[in-house]
Design a protein around this ligand. Structure first.
Ligand code: MRU
Length: 367
């Protein structure tokens, strides 16, 4: 997608400087900065500190992390993968990417591995961008149908109102995004959109990242507090919800940023379609019951007690937003049961959020 009108991706290999480059997402939306990753430590730090984040991008960064480790001379592939695997627990794309890297490298002679790892990381990045573009194409068909139905019911309707949570845009992937890809395609297709952007406390991925992305693409949007969605839905201000996924079970349960479940409940209560957009690398076919089985990341309490933003001098700074000494809890994700999900939009088409539909997809994938 674009930054100041120029095409940009979230991660790439810079051959001239012989390092991996990423957009440092901890600095957005106030500063657009590129960070260089040269070592395995740099890659792990980028994932843990959330310089890069979002399930697909975490997986691709881990693949580059293996390449960087091998270039440094690491000879224990298992140890390198184990270290990367520990960086964030919920997004299954991390394990998926590392499994792919391992099975690609293991048969190779040690001397050939570093170069092969770098080539594979670049392939995974390319595949991710293509998958997200295809998600956009499939989602576009759904948006066209919903927009046509809205215009038939009300020819004066000005736009399609979409609600999204967290950031499942191009910043969460290599390019295009998952939940936002259909919106970018719909915008290009001439469907008038307005996006309600949940701020997504505690890290504000909605207010900081999604709003910035939509701004860069010229899509009308409004940032709302996380508790506003239900009210807007009750008043006919939301035509559909669309979110991403960090892990989807074989039964169609979806794990995504904390608060997604409450949006799905409100959408269900108000008869509003609730779509989840995901590459198939996000599906964990080994799990059935998301609530019981998906590991939920707990992050540091300082993300709840403090907030980052520009101070009155325009300097990026942190402030404490709650009383000192109170206990805090910071679960990063929650699980939306399949029964609340209208459909799953993948790069292979649109599937029901149920075991039978996902079994069909699995057979198609040969996994
Ligand atoms: O903690 P984050 O910012 O990595 O969480 C990201 C999300 O929850 C996204 O919605 C999810 O990864 C899907 S991304 C395409």
């Amino acid at each position: 997608m674009h930054v100041n009108g120029q095409p940009c991706r979230t991660i790439w290999f810079d051959a001239a400087q012989d390092c991996v480059k990423v957009i440092d997402q901890t600095r957005l939306p106030h500063h657009f900065e590129i960070a260089a990753l040269r070592t395995l430590d740099d890659a792990c730090h980028a994932i843990v500190s959330m310089q890069i984040r979002g399930a697909p991008l975490i997986g691709v960064t881990a693949a580059f992390g293996v390449a960087l480790a091998l270039r440094e001379g690491a000879d224990e592939l298992d140890a390198v993968c184990a270290r990367l695997l520990k960086t964030r627990p919920t997004a299954v794309n991390l394990r998926w990417a590392l499994d792919r890297v391992r099975s690609h490298l293991e048969p190779l002679a040690f001397a050939a591995r570093a170069e092969a790892a770098l080539a594979l990381a670049q392939t995974l990045a390319e595949e991710d961008a293509l998958a997200c573009s295809a998600i956009g194409d499939h989602g576009l068909q759904l948006l066209k149908e919903i927009w046509t139905a809205k215009r038939v019911a009300n020819p004066a309707a000005p736009c399609l109102n979409v609600l999204t949570h967290c950031n499942a845009g191009w910043l969460a992937t290599v390019d295009w995004g998952t939940a936002l890809a259909p919106l970018y395609k719909a915008h290009a297709h001439g469907i008038p959109l307005h996006v309600w952007v949940d701020e997504t406390r505690p890290r504000n991925q909605g207010a900081f990242l999604t709003a910035w992305e939509l701004q860069q693409e010229g899509i009308p949007h409004t940032v709302i507090v996380d508790n506003a969605g239900g009210h807007l839905m009750q008043h006919g201000e939301v035509d559909l919800c669309i979110v991403g996924s960090d892990r989807t079970t074989a039964a169609g349960d979806v794990c995504n940023k904390i608060g997604t479940y409450l949006k799905a409940l409100a959408a269900h209560d108000n008869g509003i379609p609730f779509f989840v957009a995901l590459p198939v690398s996000t599906i964990d076919f080994s799990l059935q019951d998301g609530v019981r089985e998906i590991p939920i990341e707990q992050r540091h309490g300082s993300e709840v007690s403090h907030m980052q933003g520009l101070n009155t001098e325009g300097v990026l700074s942190r402030v404490q937003v709650m009383a000192s000494h109170s206990a805090v809890n910071n679960y990063g994700f929650d699980v939306t049961p399949a029964r609340l999900v209208t459909a799953l939009i993948t790069e292979h088409g649109v599937f029901g959020a149920d075991a039978v539909s996902l079994q069909t997809l699995r057979a198609q994938l040969g996994r």
